[in-house]
Design a protein around this ligand. Structure first.
Ligand SMILES: *[C@@H]1O[C@H](CO)[C@@H](O)[C@H](O)[C@H]1NC(C)=O
Ligand SMILES: CC(=O)N[C@H]1CO[C@H](CO)[C@@H](O)[C@@H]1O
Length: 372
């Protein structure tokens, strides 16, 4: 009797998993939820891009989510993603998004709900890892590995934006700002500080260039990678709480990193991270980890941009924001309406926290004082 029940459970689980797969998302093994039912899908050709009409988006957006956060995903789909899609129709700069979840340890109920969500939207990247804060870094790294692998199966892209399911991305603006930034950098001839055009970019960004001589003398924007977000250079090591780091021995502070509410990486950086994934130490904070992992990489331009409101708490609201973090669903709806009706993000611009323009000419300990 017991056995029969088990095998039935097994079968229904299998069907759930199967519809998951039909939902067209799985490339790696969907590691079994129950050890007795192993679904081993090692066929790399079986990948989610085969059902995709959009083969080569310029930008991939990965949104870290959690199985239970359906409401957040729904609001994001109906707000900033929907705006982005409208813009994408006319823009030559295309994007594609994935919500990223871990599949191990999900309850049957969660699997069923996710299967339904997946078959409706086909936009969930399900990774064979435990979902949760303890391994957010592993989850981000695994996403990079997956993205790198997919590149060879038709998912071409130039940039990846990593954000969270409480980040609001002003996609219409971002989709035009990325090519603009490329152009600005191209035209700069690497004379830094940048002789920026459009001029007003100066008030938003500061940059640092690490480049080999041969690339410098024959500069082409395609030869360099961008690491773009809101940087921190003198952050203290967390010694308590959810983000406590037990094993940080690198130095007295974290090394410069772009804050996790949203940052952009060029494709070669994704490849570098994916190729070396097994050698990296994973720290509690994924953004801190990415900063460390990328610290020795050359041919890279770090762009500190105050239009990334990506700290642990929002700095307020400015219409120039490209990404704003720690935004609740209700406010997302308001921002969406504002953008639709007034082409402006904020109901009222406000500044709750000061920002700084990162100073790349001084040691990191003095990077971030120039509060405006
Ligand atoms: C964390 O995620 C990585 C995937 O990048 C995985 O290999 C590792 O086993 C995970 N660790 C834990 C404790 O779940
Ligand atoms: C050093 C290097 O890789 N230079 C390349 C930069 O990009 C241009 C255009 O894509 C190439 O022609 C160069 O060889």
């Amino acid at each position: 009797m017991r056995k029969i029940r088990e095998s039935r459970q097994c079968r229904s689980l299998f069907f759930a998993l199967f519809s998951f797969i039909l939902g067209s998302m799985i490339t790696l093994n969907l590691t079994p939820i129950n050890k007795t039912c192993i679904v081993d899908n090692t066929d790399k050709e079986y990948n989610i891009m085969q059902n995709s009409k959009l083969k080569n988006p310029e930008l991939i957006i990965i949104i870290m989510s959690a199985p239970k956060n359906l409401d957040r995903r729904s609001v994001i789909r109906s707000t900033w993603l929907s705006l982005g899609k409208k813009t994408g129709l006319t823009s030559s700069f295309k994007f594609k998004h994935y919500f990223v979840l871990g599949s191990i340890g999900l309850s049957n109920d969660e699997v069923l709900h996710l299967s339904a969500e997946q078959s409706e939207f086909s936009d969930i990247l399900i990774l064979p890892i435990h979902d949760g804060y303890e391994n957010l870094t592993g989850k981000v790294l695994k996403s990079f590995e997956w993205l790198d692998e997919q590149y060879n199966y038709g998912l071409g892209y130039k940039y990846v934006l990593k954000c969270d399911d409480d980040s609001f991305v002003n996609l219409p603006l971002l989709l035009s700002e990325i090519p603009k930034m490329e152009k600005t950098l191209s035209n700069s001839n690497l004379k830094f500080p940048l002789n920026l055009s459009p001029e007003e970019l100066n008030q938003f960004i500061t940059t640092d260039v690490q480049m080999n001589e041969n690339v410098k003398t024959n500069f082409h924007i395609n030869n360099v990678s961008l690491y773009w977000g809101y940087f921190h250079g003198n952050a203290k090591i967390k010694t308590a709480g959810k983000w406590k780091e037990n094993d940080w021995i690198t130095c007295d502070r974290y090394v410069p990193y772009a804050l996790g509410g949203g940052y952009i990486l060029s494709k070669p950086l994704i490849t570098f991270l994916a190729n070396n994934a097994k050698y990296f130490r994973t720290f509690k904070s994924e953004d801190v980890s990415v900063g460390l992992w990328l610290s020795p990489v050359t041919n890279i331009i770090r762009i500190h941009d105050i239009r990334f409101d990506t700290e642990w708490i929002t700095r307020g609201c400015k219409n120039y924001y490209l990404v704003t973090h720690k935004i609740l669903p209700k406010l997302m709806k308001t921002m969406h309406e504002n953008l639709e009706n007034n082409k402006q993000l904020c109901t009222r611009e406000e500044e709750k926290r000061k920002y700084y323009l990162y100073d790349w000419t001084v040691p990191p300990s003095q990077c971030c004082n120039s509060v405006k």
